[in-house]
Design a binder for this molecule. Structure first.
Ligand code: NDP
Length: 522
């Protein structure tokens, strides 16, 4: 329920943050202005139980209507999304503090995601026959069927994209959905729920449940059949633990500490622009942001200077006020993390060649920051920062650069910047991450066609692409009659003839030489 009321911007961050008026409500405030945007009710234990019960009851019917009808609903969802452009963008700007053009990219990716699902689900989810040459008289089929009730726990940084992705693929596959938006994206969550309602998707099929972490915990305890969790590594561990205790499968899309490796032959001006955009987009609040730059020594000085120029050209007013191209930090906690990590780095020897402090004014903005003289022990090099901060280290060899990139608890994405595509592909294969981009970094995270996810502390499972859709289903294999044999070769009684048949088949199928294979005729 959006409220039109506004509040005077308070000076302290605590006052600007969402206030928990009572444990039963979540109040949204704009990180740009401090204005109140809206308020929602936190789901009660009874509402959670009811929602889970209804989702479970409704699931067989939702599955039973078949893929074609489910896709008709999802086509209506896409149309509702299309019609809702302005209010969605307004909310992403107001509640998350995004730059409108950046919000537009998130919105576009969502339209493409729904469209991609509509186009590909019939092929990706259809059953598939498998030829089994030892049993030609049997028919083998791989079928996909929905898990049942899927719990989607979403973060605040791309609240539209990271909610709609699992919701749309989950619904297409025939699951019913329990959806917990982040407490910092509750109003956007309401918009997602309204799009589902506009598409006439039955109310029992989709349930939004607002709340803090304890609502997430209660939803997991209610034993959904599958969980898609996107969020921090720390919460991801808790979710994985709670899910494992009940043997609930889970997709974990967690944080990143992405490295961009710049080789000695790189076009420095071009690379600087690409890296600055990939590190500062959405004020760095992207799981796949460039947070670490590893540059080969011959071009290090020029790259660092060019990066500073790129920041000054686009996202720094230079007077302590935020540039219109810079997003706000959505949460007060995020501001604290960024400030602490940068201050700690500066206190232990790093240098900010630009930025390094919170910007003036009431909005929650942090100055775009480039840090040099960073060492691998610093928290700024090891932990996810999730702010407009890029830390740079210089490497003497490509091997050292790859080693530095891989020496991380995270493994989401990485990029290589060079004029030599073959060298880049060779090095890409040495990176322990879920995606590698060459002369680009960020875009792959928003491509619905490409499977998305990380390794190591960045999580497991995949969203997007065919795999993302398939992960919303379990596999059931079918073994049925194709044609009748005059005798069953594997059953009782075990006769000499059946033994000879097995021996001949062994020679014919696996004999390494022609002579071995001809022994099947004897
Ligand atoms: P959090 O881990 O803080 O929260 C994620 C969601 O989990 C929120 O809805 C949160 O509710 C809920 N939650 C909190 N505690 C629990 C619990 N114990 N059990 C169940 N659910 C719980 O992440 P953020 O919202 O801060 O999101 C930012 C993080 O997400 C970053 O680390 C980022 O890298 C990662 N991310 C990863 C992506 C990927 O694809 N790999 C994509 C985008 C973001 P509440 O908000 O009320 O705390």
């Amino acid at each position: 329920m959006p409220l039109s009321q506004t509040a005077p911007a308070a000076s302290a961050d605590a006052a600007r943050s969402r206030l928990h008026i009572t444990p039963q409500t979540i109040l949204s405030r704009s990180p740009r202005t401090g204005a109140i945007i809206g308020e929602v009710e936190v789901a009660t234990p009874l509402q959670i139980r009811e929602a889970v019960g209804l989702a479970r009851l409704a699931q067989p019917a939702w599955e039973g209507i078949g893929l074609r009808r489910r896709l008709t609903f999802l086509r209506s969802l896409r149309d509702a999304l299309y019609r809702g452009q302005n209010r969605i963008l307004d909310m992403l700007v107001a509640e998350q503090g995004k730059v409108r053009q950046e919000a537009t990219l998130e919105y576009l990716a969502c339209l493409e995601l729904v469209d991609y699902t509509l186009r590909t689900a019939p092929r990706v989810l259809r059953q598939r026959d498998v030829r089994v040459r030892l049993l030609p008289h049997r028919r083998f089929t791989i079928e996909r069927y929905p898990y049942g009730v899927v719990l989607v726990i979403a973060p605040w940084n791309y609240p539209l994209w990271l909610s709609l992705d699992p919701i749309v693929t989950g619904l297409a596959a025939g699951n019913t959905i329990l959806y917990k938006p982040s407490e910092y994206a509750s109003q956007l969550g309401e918009i997602v729920a309204s799009l589902v309602a506009e598409a006439d998707i039955p109310r029992e099929v989709f349930h939004i449940l607002h709340g803090y972490g304890d609502v997430g915990q209660a939803l997991i305890a209610a034993h959904p059949d599958y969980i898609v969790f996107t969020g921090s590594a720390a919460t991801g561990r808790k979710v994985a633990h709670a899910a494992a205790e009940q043997v609930i499968p889970v997709t974990l899309e967690l944080g990143g500490k992405d490295a961009a490796i710049v080789l000695a032959d790189a076009d420095v001006e071009e690379v600087a622009e690409g890296i600055v955009w990939s590190g500062m987009f959405n004020a760095g609040q992207t799981c796949a942001s460039v947070e670490r730059v590893i540059v080969l020594r011959p071009v290090a000085e020029r790259l660092i200077a060019a990066m500073k120029q790129a920041v000054m050209r686009y996202i720094s007013n230079g007077d302590g006020t935020p540039s219109p191209m810079l997003a706000a930090l959505t949460t007060p906690q995020q501001m604290e993390i960024v400030q602490q990590q940068v201050q700690e780095a500066l206190a232990t020897g790093a240098r900010a060649i630009i930025g390094g402090r919170r910007l003036d004014g009431d909005g929650r903005f942090y100055a775009p920051t480039i840090l040099v003289d960073v060492t691998p022990e610093m928290r700024i090099w090891q932990e996810e920062t999730f702010g407009p901060v890029v830390a740079v280290m210089v490497a003497d060899t490509e091997e050292e650069a790859i080693h530095l990139a891989n020496a991380s608890d995270y493994g989401l994405t990485a990029s290589l910047w060079t004029r030599d595509p073959r060298r880049a592909e060779h090095l890409a294969r040495q990176l322990k991450v879920g995606s590698v981009s060459i002369n680009e970094h960020l875009l792959i995270s928003g491509v619905p066609e490409m499977p998305w996810g990380g390794v190591k502390g960045s999580g497991y499972g995949r969203t997007h692409g065919e795999q993302g859709l398939q992960e919303m289903t379990c596999i059931r294999t079918l073994n049925s009659d194709r044609w009748a044999l005059p005798l069953e070769p594997f059953r009782y009684p075990y006769t000499a003839f059946k033994r000879s048949l097995a021996r001949r088949a062994t020679h014919f199928l696996y004999g390494p030489t022609l002579i071995d294979r001809l022994r099947s005729l004897r």
